[in-house]
Design a protein around this ligand. Structure first.
Ligand SMILES: CC(C)(COP(=O)(O)OP(=O)(O)OC[C@H]1O[C@@H](n2cnc3c(N)ncnc32)[C@H](O)[C@@H]1OP(=O)(O)O)[C@@H](O)C(=O)NCCC(=O)NCCS
Length: 194
């Protein structure tokens, strides 16, 4: 019998920040005219993610746990396919609070777990996912700081998309994991370190 030993790992991310109003303005200027009226996007519900397979192992259970914790999911559907999925949550408390591994400033909204199913990549769906969450944040809470952490080495297209929609890199995040996040550090949180 082979025993798999999991070693501690450090994950490093760039933290991108923008105001929801700026992202909506950028989306209006950059995205196709019909981006808002597209019928294929809506809030994700339990039934959407129960047992889903969108090409990423473990995404279904993770999505269910996000819903249970009050995160909001946005899906983009192409026909019956869930083609893209992203999550957001606002820290409504009075101080910085951790959501999973991510330390989120008071009042800010964290955009996270962005995913486009492999068959639908390269069609602009990720840029739409970012824009829809900015718009919904803006409608619900007014102009609000948005944060997203991206492993730009592993997902350069994601970093490109956040920058394209007006985000700037304002911090770096490190997470030491061993089965679960053990130590988290976020540096440069308030200044632009681009
Ligand atoms: C990263 C990911 C979300 C991108 O989704 P997508 O729908 O294919 O992205 P889009 O079609 O909206 O955007 C592609 C953009 O990235 C650009 N791009 C593609 N490869 C790139 C690269 N290596 N470096 C920089 N930019 C790149 C494209 O030119 C395009 O930009 P443009 O419209 O300005 O020309 C998707 O590949 C994915 O789900 N990957 C696995 C999960 C993941 O990494 N999630 C990100 C977590 S933050």
């Amino acid at each position: 019998m082979r025993v798999r030993v999991q070693l501690p790992q450090i994950h490093r991310y760039d933290v991108f920040t923008a105001s929801s109003a700026d992202v909506v303005r950028a989306a209006e200027a950059l995205l196709p005219d019909n981006w808002l009226r597209s019928p294929g996007w809506r809030a994700i519900e339990r039934d959407d993610v129960t047992g889903i397979d969108i090409g990423r192992e473990g995404y279904g259970p993770m999505a269910l746990s996000y819903l249970a914790q009050g995160h909001k999911g946005i899906g983009i559907f192409v026909g019956d396919d869930l083609a893209a999925l992203g999550w957001y949550i606002r820290n409504e408390g009075r101080r910085c609070r951790r959501y999973g591994y991510y330390p989120l400033r008071q009042g800010a909204v964290w955009l996270h777990a962005d995913w486009v199913a492999p068959a639908y990549r390269g069609r602009g769906l990720h840029q739409l996912l970012i824009a829809y969450r900015a718009l919904l944040t803006q409608q619900r809470y007014g102009d609000t700081p948005l944060e997203a952490n991206v492993d730009t080495q592993a997902a350069p297209a994601s970093g490109h998309n956040y920058r394209k929609l007006g985000f700037v890199r304002t911090a770096r995040l490190g997470v030491l994991r061993w089965h679960r996040p053990l130590v988290v550090w976020k540096r440069g949180a308030e200044q632009d370190v681009q």
